[in-house]
Design a binder for this molecule. Structure first.
Ligand code: ZN
Length: 308
């Protein structure tokens, strides 16, 4: 039974088939790979800043938008390989991939944001990148160095080249420029950067999927830009552990080792994989993330957090 399920998991149905989209947020580097280092000893490394900006971005999406499924390539200080990041996005048939990085240069005067795409000829990625750089300049007050592709870099970036969806890699500023390093190390700066990417993402998906209603009603929204969706008692999190063509008993041995209550949901979808299985119920994202890590350690490699 185990191998059958492993096979099923590879075919998690595309949510966009029934009015939802999936975005993969990829905080660059992690684990033994710190990325660029700050100009001061007390500054965080790139991997830490990338993770913070990614968490703010995902939090805004979950708080303000509906019909968007958010998947993270990492939520802690780990290093998924570039191939694993690409595979995660492709396997989940994501519609968007956003990789978050900070830049570095030998010349400490160099500063500004850049958004990379594999090729400027891929119009959806180029348009998304343009929306991000526009937000950086117009609303976040950053200096934009523009959109770059593999011709500018003279090499291709693996996470952009091999992901089968609209993909961008955002360089949020230079950690080697003292002024930008201070900004990138501040919670305020991280929030502003994340909200600029968020607004560009919202503009992009509303342009690309006009039939889907993405904005949540504002009545329950708080004014605080830092309060994330996980603080909302109305909503919670579950962990999707499998999908299948035919209904499978949730008491099945495969689910037993989750150690959690498993519920089955039949989707209204044209995909062959009509059944999804959710384990647990968590009121905060932190709890869900802890459970997700445990499930991954137990062998549910493709498990992912979804909103309940
Ligand atoms: Zn980087």
């Amino acid at each position: 039974m185990k191998t059958v399920f492993t096979f099923f998991i590879l075919y998690i149905s595309s949510l966009s088939l029934f009015g939802q989209i999936t975005v993969v947020i990829d905080p660059g580097h992690g684990g033994n790979d710190p990325g660029h280092c700050g100009s001061h000893a007390h500054h965080a490394t790139e991997k830490e800043i990338n993770l913070k900006i990614a968490n703010f971005l995902g939090g805004y999406i979950e708080k303000y938008l509906q019909n968007v499924n958010v998947i993270y390539t990492r939520t802690t200080d780990t290093y998924p390989s570039l191939g694993e990041r690409v595979d995660l996005a492709n396997r989940n048939r994501a519609d968007y991939f956003i990789s978050i990085h900070c830049n570095g240069n030998d010349n400490s005067r160099v500063k500004g944001t850049e958004t990379h795409v594999h090729s400027l000829d891929i119009s959806k990625s180029a348009q998304f990148a343009k929306n991000i750089e526009t937000e950086f300049t117009s609303r976040a007050g950053r200096k934009s160095r523009g959109i770059k592709d593999e011709k500018d870099l003279q090499h291709s970036l693996q996470v952009l080249k091999y992901t089968n969806m609209t993909s961008v890699l955002v360089e949020c500023g230079f950690m080697t420029n003292p002024e930008e390093a201070r900004y990138l190390n501040s919670t305020h700066g991280q929030e502003i950067i994340a909200s600029a990417i968020f607004r560009a993402f919202r503009t992009t998906i509303e342009q690309n999927h006009p039939s889907i209603a993405f904005r949540k009603s504002t009545s329950s929204s708080s004014n605080s830009s830092t309060q994330l969706a996980s603080n909302n008692p109305q909503s919670g999190y579950m962990i999707q552990v499998a999908s299948s063509k035919h209904a499978i008993d949730t008491k099945d041995y495969y689910f037993k080792k989750t150690g959690l209550d498993v519920t089955r949901k039949e989707l209204n979808t044209s995909s062959a994989y009509k059944y999804v299985y959710y384990a647990g119920s968590f009121s905060s994202k932190e709890e869900a993330e802890r459970a997700l890590n445990e499930l991954k350690n137990k062998g549910y490699k493709d498990a992912l957090i979804v909103r309940s």
